[in-house]
Design a protein around this ligand. Structure first.
Ligand code: AMP
Ligand code: MG
Length: 267
């Protein structure tokens, strides 16, 4: 899965990354889905251990174009994990109170505590994406945010937060098909907002903004992964694998009791 990681300082050209690809996986869709079920169980066990050890904190950032699949990842990759130790934080258009503060204020409040996994459905990156594309602040203001974000994430990492950032990469054709499906299928219609088409018109500007994010904010302490996401099953599988690899590397252990269980008799 190393191929999907954006090396720090390396230039990313999204047009050159095939959103249909399934790097590092030879199986087909059926096999991929079966594999995901096995990985779900592994992730469940690792999350249990993370919770029990109460030492590490894990932050998962999900970003994508509209219809990119953030909700699907949350449903399918984290299926079965214990809700006591996993939380989703969704970042919408900021409230008046949030706008009265710096852009990291609402974000910092949501970061994981010990033993916790927090999934960011959108994030502080919106403040260099939608905010940039729609010129909600000046270039002077948004362009200094990359460095601010790197420093913020570094502080979090130094304080024990493991950070994983996923960009779900779909292409423009796939977005068209997914938007059309929302219009056509009654149970998907609620997800369609006519405003999504305005955002679609800005596809190239968003692509440029995403490339800058990937080029400037993939760091050793908070790497970005570009996940080819036209194939939903591959997207889920790739993220599950990276999560498991990362959690295994934490070398977690169940806490040792300060008593000998053999000496205890329950009458
Ligand atoms: P959704 O995730 O589909 O519910 O939509 C949330 C909306 O909030 C998206 O259109 C985002 O672009 C928007 N949003 C999130 N963060 C910000 C922000 N910091 N400034 C402006 N809009 C934002
Ligand atoms: Mg959404």
């Amino acid at each position: 899965m190393k191929k999907l990681r954006v090396e720090s300082g390396k230039k990313v050209n999204l047009a050159k990354i095939d959103a249909n690809a399934s790097p590092d996986y030879d199986g087909d869709k059926k096999e991929g889905k079966e594999e995901l079920l096995r990985l779900n169980e592994k992730l469940e066990a690792l999350q249990e251990l993370l919770y029990a050890e109460h030492k590490h904190k894990v932050l998962v950032v999900l970003q994508a174009m509209d219809t990119g699949g953030k909700d699907g990842v949350i449903r399918h990759v984290f299926e079965g994990v214990n809700p006591q130790g996993v939380r989703v934080a969704s970042f919408k258009v900021p409230t008046a109170e949030e706008l009265d503060h710096d852009y990291l204020w609402r974000v910092h409040k949501q970061v994981p505590g010990k033993g916790e996994i927090v999934i960011f459905n959108r994030s502080h990156y919106e403040d260099v994406l939608v905010v940039r594309v729609h010129k909600l602040v000046s270039q002077k203001v948004w362009s200094r945010r990359f460095e601010q974000i790197n420093r913020f994430e570094r502080m979090l990492a130094e304080e024990g937060v493991t950070i994983l950032k996923f960009f779900l990469h779909i292409d423009k054709e796939e977005q068209k098909a997914r938007l059309q499906a929302r219009l056509d299928e009654p149970e998907k219609l609620w997800k369609f907002k006519p405003g999504d088409l305005k955002e679609r018109d800005l596809w190239d500007q968003y692509t440029q903004a995403y490339e800058d994010v990937l080029n400037k904010t993939s760091t050793p302490w908070a790497p970005w992964y570009v996940i080819p996401a036209n194939k939903k099953w591959y997207r889920n599988l790739a993220i599950a694998r990276i999560m498991i690899e990362t959690l295994e590397n934490l070398k977690m252990e169940f806490p040792r009791p300060d008593f000998d269980p053999k000496t205890i008799e329950i009458v």
